[in-house]
Design a binder for this molecule. Sequence first.
Ligand SMILES: Cc1ncc(COP(=O)(O)O)c(C=O)c1O
Length: 486
Amino acid sequence: MSPKHYFSPFVSSLPSSLPSSYLSLSFSPFFLLHAMASSSLKHHKSHSLNGFTTPAKRTKLSFISDSEIQSEFSHHDQTIARINNGSFGSCPQSVISAQQNLQLQFLRQPDNFYFNTLKPSILHSRSLIKSLVNAHSVDEISLVDNATTAAAIVLQNCAWGFNEGRFSKGDVAVMLHYAYGAVKKSVQAYVTRAGGEVIEVHLPFPVASKEEIVSEFRKALARGKENGKKKVRLAVIDHVTSMPSVVIPVKELVKICREEGVDQVFVDAAHGIGCVDVDVRDIGADFYTSNLHKWFFCPPSVAFLYCRKRGEDGKGGDLHHPVVSHEYGNGLAVESAWIGTRDYSAQLVVPAVLEFFNRFEGGIEGIKKRNHEKVVEMGEMLVKAWGTNLGSPPEMCGSMIMVGLPACLGISNDPDTLKLRSHLREHFQVEVPIYFRAPVDGEVDSITGYARISHQVYNKVEDYYRFRDAVNQLVSDGFTCASLSN
Ligand SMILES: Cc1ncc(COP(=O)(O)O)c(C=O)c1O
């Protein structure tokens, strides 16, 4: 890899008397933290629009090496081929160190941390995210624990629409059939219980084109409106569905919602930032959440929730954090920045995460592109080896792709997927989630199991070879899921 011009909010704050060896890429976590603690707040105003640069000082450094990447993730269990970044994400050592330093700062002098550090640091993280996702204003960005919390905030708001008489009984919320399980439960808890009707968009899988999704979405909206008798109050649209994993054409679906008079649109992009392009203005939804702990290298747990500023139509306001504390009524972003005494450190390490991204060629964009290319290459390698097929065309995936498993494995229900996943973990040291696809009427010997493989910077080609060889071994042994006990 070639050297690059490197801009850093931390490096830019170095005293000029420091020896040049401090500017090598192998600076220690301590150095990074020390620089961060002393500089990140002072310098945040000097970040450029994309949040990655400061106009201060340029320092030429080389890109992170393969061995440095491996050492950043040396806390991972090295015996496991972890091709499942999707479930829990990952956090490099330098960011963990930054977090630990912040936790210690709090424990050392909590009052000082609370009065002088916490609020401005959260604001700084929000402003970096605001620039990265192209929001209009930092007020539109709140930091919350995770996508589940963000969904509760939006759905609670919808429930109040029913409870306060602004919505009529039977008004509709539309969501994808493949919406995340926890979000579906939240829809049940907040919308169904308040008197709303829920309509699911049935999606084909395997999927051949985004047009198939657009057409199913239009049909569901038409059902929801029932010739104008009902009002669709909310559409919940995933940006990247979890299981099976497919990138949804969110921008097109939001546009259709606008044309069809849907009140509000919430995009659940738990796998958004770092995995797919996120430009909230371009996407145009009212609410957009993305975890930062999945593909953005934050430790668990933190997500952002974008809420488009209240327009002249009065829509988009009055959201509240479900945990009410002193800041109630001061706007969602401020409410979310204090929901009682707890560990806020995951929300404060965004500058250290950007520092990590900047060590890679092309930064966040470069990582995203390479992850996509690699996961497609590995997916194609696996389906070729097993004589199966991918669950979607490559352009409908980000850093995860669905890979058909040989039909002879006999995956015949959801419990089988969990049993096979455990078997792969325990006997082959492969960690990968599996999806059950029920055969459609008339199908014989169709693929009933798809593995969702991920690619992140720490993955090696050997991880995928191990998975390939494990499945080949199972097939040649005549294994079927029926042989696994519950
Ligand atoms: C689409 C989707 N939504 C929501 C979530 C929930 O994320 P979290 O558990 O971080 O709240 C996930 C988790 O994988 C997801 O894939």
